[in-house]
Unconditional design. Structure first.
Length: 198
């Protein structure tokens, strides 16, 4: 008899925030206010979009208070599910990314953090997904290529997370991710963050 088990999993968690409409309205207003105050922002993984600077600590702003509580609650749940129940977590300074048509985020990860996350404030129909990349580079050299293969967790090299307004995504900070060029009409607005273990 043949048996098999899976090992070295890569968890990606999604949570739909209930009643997100009023929350997103406040966060969108905050993002646009910060963008108006600092139109240049900073350059990180973003190309063509606006990335907020760390000069303003979003954690301390009233508009963020509700989402901050949701993030911390979900992060504790996720940590426990990964086997780290009771782990102390500290939220680093969050940042906004506002992406007009054509803007993208290059493949990257977030070193020196335990978890990373994204919360979706504005998602026009047809917005680009959040793309996660297989973290096992050696697999690329040993995986057969064939158009006959089915798309499964064993054959794919990436995973597209379809986003929507009010969606919170949490994942290991070491997991490479990217955003393809934004093709939809209207801006795509996301608030991202990291959590460190203490």
């Amino acid at each position: 008899m043949t048996t098999g088990t899976n090992h070295f999993p890569t968890p990606i968690f999604q949570h739909d925030v209930p009643g997100f409409e009023a929350l997103n309205e406040r966060l969108y207003g905050l993002a646009k206010r910060l963008q108006a105050e600092d139109p240049n922002g900073v350059r990180r993984s973003n190309y063509g979009g606006w990335h907020s600077a760390e000069t303003v600590d979003i954690r301390e702003l009233l508009e963020f208070a509700e989402l901050k509580q949701v993030i911390m609650n979900e992060a504790a749940f996720v940590s426990a599910g990964m086997g780290f129940e009771g782990l102390g977590l500290v939220l680093s300074k969050p940042w906004f990314v506002v992406s007009p048509a054509g803007a993208m985020n290059a493949r990257h990860c977030h070193p020196r953090s335990f978890l990373s996350g994204a919360y979706y404030v504005k998602v026009p129909p047809g917005s680009s997904p959040l793309c996660f990349h297989d973290p096992r580079p050696v697999k690329l050299h040993a995986t057969p290529a064939s158009p006959q293969f089915k798309t499964t967790p064993y054959t794919t090299e990436s995973l597209n997370c379809q986003i929507r307004e009010g969606l919170l995504v949490l994942f290991p900070a070491w997991l490479d991710h990217s955003v393809p060029p934004h093709q939809a009409e209207g801006e795509r607005v996301v608030l991202s963050f990291n959590l460190a273990a203490v």
